[in-house]
Ligand binder design. Structure first.
Ligand SMILES: [Zn+2]
Length: 354
């Protein structure tokens, strides 16, 4: 279908989306208007979108991201462009890096995301579009964004020190990916122990030179206690996720945790890389570092790593299902009491009739 320079492979006017209610709650299936590409924009058809802990926090009302349609992990096919120069993108399989290095996350956070059959990549976010390698299976592609963030974490740790014994606090997808891939990004690492915030048995005091916190936000106080006890004097505390909303903790006086984490955003590395802190736990000193997201190049590297070792990563995909089933699963996960027996949920839009 042609209209000026606009070329669309389908020309559909409306499509189905997982629309969340205002406030909190699970999304519902709704027919929404399909966006039209203006020059520089892409309209993309989602293949699979992933659901992560951040999405669940938004659905539970713990975060106030305004997007009504979530989804910042996944792969899609470019279906409509509006500039001649962009025609080569038509039919390309792509991912969108959700974390620009110039600000906060947009796709699936401030802008409607990938949990719908079609979504818009506006021209101003075009620099975040990354081609997906042909050999990467669509289901594995939903791990690319979290894996890229894990590889970025390894790269930062390597620059701060040479971590050897690493404790990861948080058993979600990030924790599992750190267990598998941290050594790939940081060659000095010998041991990676992953624990949840309720399992302290067997974790020796002061036994780790590095602790990575990646629990959910409501468990951050417990995660930090475990982390500070387990770190040796002068160890590294890396903030991957789940910070207190005020960004501070009395055990780390004078430190703004959110600011340290935001310093390294979207692959951009700020200065200083680590902040020295005298804690209130004994006389322990720690070097605090952290990051959010990754660069496009790291996203590509993660995609190549996933295609090279599919059998290592596929067990992390607990459920990959059609959108109707995914809505039931999300309803259970954000209901009272929450029922969640999965780590990673993939919503396969190819299993949906258009
Ligand atoms: Zn995420």
């Amino acid at each position: 279908m042609f209209s000026g320079d606009r070329i669309s492979l389908t020309g559909s006017k409306s499509h189905l989306a997982l629309v969340r209610p205002s406030g909190m709650g699970a999304p519902r299936l709704e027919q929404v208007r399909t966006p039209v590409a203006l020059p520089g924009d892409f309209v993309c058809r989602t293949l699979i979108a992933g659901v992560c802990g951040t999405d669940l926090q938004i659905l539970r009302g713990v975060r106030d991201d305004p997007a009504r349609i979530l989804g910042h992990e996944g792969v899609a096919v470019v279906e409509e462009v509006a500039a001649k120069a962009d025609q080569r993108w038509l039919g390309a399989t792509i991912a969108v890096n959700p974390t620009p290095d110039w600000g906060t996350a947009e796709l699936g956070h401030t802008l409607d995301g990938m949990m719908q059959q079609r979504f818009l990549v506006p021209a101003r976010l075009r620099s975040l579009v990354v081609s997906s390698p042909a050999e990467l299976a669509a289901d594995l592609a939903i791990l690319a964004e979290p894996l890229a963030s894990v590889l970025t974490c390894g790269g930062i740790l390597k620059r701060v020190a040479e971590p050897i014994r690493v404790l990861v606090v948080g058993r979600g997808t990030i924790g599992q990916l750190l267990r598998i891939a941290l050594k790939t990004a940081c060659a000095s690492v010998r041991d990676v122990v992953v624990i949840g915030t309720k399992e302290t048995a067997g974790v020796e005091n002061g036994a780790f030179d590095t602790v990575i916190l990646c629990s959910s936000r409501q468990d951050v106080a417990a995660a930090l206690s475990i982390g500070l006890d387990s770190l040796c004097d002068g160890g590294i505390l890396h903030l991957f996720g789940g910070l207190p909303s005020e960004g501070r903790d009395p055990r780390l006086p004078g430190v703004n945790l959110s600011e340290i984490r935001a310093r390294n955003t979207g692959g951009r590395v700020g200065w200083p890389l680590a902040e020295q802190c005298q804690t209130t736990i004994g006389h322990k000193r720690v070097a605090i570092t952290g990051h959010r997201g990754s660069s496009n190049a790291m996203l590509t590297r993660a995609m190549l790593e996933l295609s090279a070792r599919p059998n290592t990563y596929r067990p992390l995909l607990t459920i990959v299902t059609n959108p109707e089933e995914a809505i039931h699963t999300l309803r259970d996960a954000v209901g009272y009491p929450p029922v969640r027996s999965w780590t990673k949920l993939g919503i396969d839009f190819r299993r949906w009739r258009t």
